[in-house]
Design a protein around this ligand. Structure first.
Ligand SMILES: *Cc1c(COP(=O)(O)O)cnc(C)c1O
Length: 228
């Protein structure tokens, strides 16, 4: 069992490469997003030194503090993946390159309006409440195509794809069916929007199945940084 952050990062990249090979996909089609929520900047630096560049944060205040502290590392790419209250959206618009958690149109419109002119468009994924859970945010599957139409027109957003957090404690066949449904929605969206290239799906416990199911970005926290 690897026990340093650098070793666990390597093991995660190997697991992605192996799953990609089994699925006959190039490993380079799958981006690893290191989810550093609740972990100190010193842990991010260990992963950065080991070569990792994309990091995901869930909490606005904590994420903004980290982006500011590491602003001198210009090749670091920050992804916001948590719920956004509208009074906090400006911080996401100013400090992140990506937002995976677009769960309502109001937030998309605010992020576009608040994105600083000097920055490129904010890359966004529409969050899908794929298992229709009361406790999870996201658009219902049948709302995604109409939401995409509006989001794709917002001037300072770049629609990149879909993100979902499947229901916990599904059996493997249930989870495979959930991932397959997301992948279908993703390929359908791609036929309408050339900018769509990202299916943000899979975490520490299910990244192999996610890669087998067509994920292009896996979000791994525990597997790299240890338990929270
Ligand atoms: C915390 C979190 C992750 C990472 O989860 P792990 O199980 O620690 O890999 C991925 N995606 C989202 C949206 C999260 O909040």
């Amino acid at each position: 069992m690897p026990n340093t952050i650098a070793e666990r990062l390597q093991a995660t990249l190997s697991a992605i490469a192996k799953a990609a090979e089994l699925a006959q996909r190039p490993a380079s089609d799958i981006q690893l997003l290191a989810v550093s929520k609740t972990k100190p900047v010193s842990d991010i630096m260990l992963a950065y030194t080991a070569g990792q560049r994309h990091f995901g944060e869930n909490y606005v205040q904590e994420g903004v503090a980290k982006t500011e502290e590491l602003a001198h590392l210009s090749d670091l790419v920050w992804h916001f993946i948590g719920p956004i209250q509208s009074n906090k959206s400006a911080f996401v618009a100013k400090n992140f390159s990506w937002c995976h958690s677009i769960d309502r149109l109001k937030i998309a419109k605010r992020l576009s309006a608040q994105r600083p002119e000097a920055l490129p468009a904010l890359n966004v994924c529409i969050q899908v409440n794929i298992n229709m859970e009361e406790t999870k945010s996201g658009f219902a599957p049948e709302e995604v195509s109409s939401a995409a139409q509006i989001i794709a027109e917002l001037p300072n957003l770049n629609l990149r794809g879909l993100m979902a957090i499947p229901k916990a404690s599904q059996s493997e066949p249930e989870l495979a069916a959930t991932f397959a449904a997301l992948h279908d929605m993703f390929t359908d969206l791609q036929t309408h929007y050339p900018s769509v290239d990202t299916l943000s799906m899979g975490m520490s416990s299910d990244l192999e199945l996610a890669v087998a199911s067509g994920s292009t970005m896996v979000r791994v926290g525990t597997g790299i940084f240890g338990a929270r």
